[in-house]
Structures are given as structure tokens and as C-alpha cells.
Design a protein around this ligand. Structure first.
Ligand SMILES: NC(=O)c1ccc[n+]([C@@H]2O[C@H](COP(=O)([O-])OP(=O)(O)OC[C@H]3O[C@@H](n4cnc5c(N)ncnc54)[C@H](OP(=O)(O)O)[C@@H]3O)[C@@H](O)[C@H]2O)c1
Length: 251
């Protein structure tokens, strides 16, 4: 197998695994144009997967679907509206998935927000924790019967280096109802929770399910839309030149 590096693209990796991708049904969350999810969906479609494009905005899902169809006219795509910040919406989306015929082979929980101002969801949770972790945790658990119908199911959870930024604050995951909110500790908490979700899934479904928690690398996407000049400065102090963190940000 060739080594992949900073120049590897979704397409170049997909080419190597084309025989494994062909014919698989894959859900990708967070597929808005310009992000990792859209590019992942494109590469999967290119190599013959059926791709379920999941996101909270139907118009953005359609924009990505249109772009893929334009390039790959025979692409097998399906749209799924999924707002991870609402547990009710997650349950509705999962119900829809459970009605699909055939197994789900892979779910890639890519959607996320980062460094957003303090906000509470309809369920009363801090937004980053709710969107990045709780929504995906609920969605993956609810569609588990469909995953287990597959002969080789996989769950791929997009994390980050967030576990260097902050742990899960089990005693105060809501930052005292926002009073002590720190947007970077909150992002770190949410991504650490994503990793722990992966560890526990792998343990509970040992031998039945393969689970990956993946740091996708750094790229300028819409994710950084909440970042200020000060945030960029803080980050340049936090990382070594090779992109590895220098240490922990929070405690
Ligand atoms: N970019 C990086 O350098 C980097 C580094 C480490 C980890 N990551 C991780 O990689 C993943 C993808 O990030 P990206 O850089 O591609 O960011 P992006 O372009 O902002 O994409 C994030 C996607 O998540 C969706 N999303 C946000 N909140 C949602 C919700 N409540 N329900 C459903 N979908 C929601 C967004 O939809 P809308 O367009 O509707 O907002 C968008 O489609 C994220 O999990 C991120 O934490 C990225």
C-alpha cells in the first residue's frame, strides 16, 4: 500500500481502496460545499459507493449533490436532513434511515462546529457538545441495527486534536450554564467526547464493528468562520510546525 501524506487527496486515497468502496452504502454527515464532508462524499461517489448526504440544510446538501452529479452523472446519492443540535431531529433522521432497504456499511460522522459563541440547544445543551458529540452519539446508536446488517460495518468519527485542548468536564459539561464558557475548552471537550465514544463503541461491539476516530488534518474550511485574529495567534503558539500540539491547552 502506498504511504499517504499531506498531498494525498480523498480521490487519491479512494483510488487505492476502490475495490472496497464500490457497492458500499455510506452516510456522511456535514456535506456542505467547501468542507471535508463534501469532498469525502465526492471521492466515495467517484469510486462507486452509494452515498447518503446528511446535513442540516437541504439547500447545501443539494448544492453538493448537484456538484457531484455534474462531475459523476451516474453517482448514486440520497439526501438526508439531519440537524445534530436537536435530539428530536436526530431521532426523525434515524427513523428515516431505519426504513431504507439494505444495510448501512459505513457512517462517517464528519459534521461539526468549532469555537462558536455560547449557545444552548433546544435540548438545553451547550452547542458544540450537542452538535459534535451528543447528536452523533444518538444518531449512531439509533441506526446501529442498520450498520449491523452489513457484513463489514464501520463507524468513522471525525475528531481532531481537541483532546489536547480540554477533557470532558463530567461534572460541568455546560460550563455553569455558560457563566464560565470558554469556546476552545468547549470544542476540546466535544472532540474528546467523540474519541471516548469511539473507544467505547469499539469495546462494546468488539468483533462486530470496526471503529475509527480520525483527526482529518488541518484545512481552511467554513469551520474557522468563528475564529478571530486572536484565535489564530493563540493557535500558532499552540502548534509545532509539523501540526502536532505543543501541549495541553486546558486541564
Ligand atoms: N478543518 C480543519 O482543519 C479540521 C481540523 C480538525 C478537525 N476537523 C473536523 O472535521 C470535520 C469537518 O470540518 P470542516 O473543516 O469540513 O468544516 P465545515 O466546512 O464547517 O463543515 C462542517 C459541516 O458540519 C455541518 N454542521 C454543523 N452543525 C451541524 C448540525 N447541527 N447538524 C448537522 N450538520 C451540522 C455544517 O453544516 P452547515 O454548512 O449547515 O453549517 C457543515 O456541513 C469537523 O468535525 C471538524 O471538527 C476539521
Amino acid at each position: 500500500m502506498p504511504a499517504f501524506d499531506i498531498n494525498s487527496t480523498g480521490e487519491s486515497v479512494g483510488k487505492v481502496f476502490a475495490d472496497k468502496i464500490k457497492g458500499k452504502t455510506v452516510i456522511v454527515t456535514g456535506v456542505s460545499p467547501g468542507g471535508f464532508g463534501a469532498d469525502t462524499a465526492r471521492a466515495l461517489a467517484l469510486y462507486g459507493a452509494k452515498v447518503i448526504l446528511a446535513g442540516r440544510s437541504l439547500s447545501k446538501i443539494q448544492a453538493t449533490a448537484d456538484a457531484i452529479h455534474k462531475e459523476i452523472p451516474g453517482a448514486d446519492l440520497k439526501e438526508l436532513v439531519l440537524d445534530l443540535s436537536s435530539q428530536n431531529a436526530v431521532r426523525q433522521a434515524a427513523e428515516e434511515v431505519l426504513k431504507y432497504s439494505g444495510p448501512i456499511d459505513v457512517v462517517i460522522t464528519n459534521a461539526g462546529v468549532m469555537g462558536t459563541p455560547y449557545e444552548k440547544t433546544v435540548d438545553g445543551l451547550e452547542l458544540q457538545f450537542a452538535s459534535n458529540h451528543v447528536g452523533h452519539f444518538l444518531f449512531v446508536n439509533l441506526i446501529m441495527p442498520k450498520l449491523l446488517e452489513s457484513s463489514a460495518p464501520r463507524v468513522v468519527l471525525a475528531s481532531s486534536v481537541g483532546h489536547y485542548w480540554g477533557p470532558v468536564r463530567f461534572d460541568d459539561y455546560g460550563f455553569e450554564d455558560g457563566k464560565t464558557y470558554d469556546k476552545w475548552l468547549a470544542y476540546g471537550q466535544s472532540k474528546t467526547a467523540v474519541i471516548l465514544h469511539g473507544v467505547e463503541l469499539a469495546e462494546r461491539y468488539k468483533g462486530k464493528l470496526v471503529v475509527f476516530s480520525v483527526h482529518p488534518g488541518g484545512a481552511v474550511t467554513n469551520l474557522s468562520s468563528s475564529m478571530t485574529k486572536e484565535d489564530y495567534e493563540k493557535f500558532s503558539d499552540f502548534y509545532n510546525l509539523d501540526g502536532t500540539p505543543k501541549g495541553r491547552l486546558g486541564s
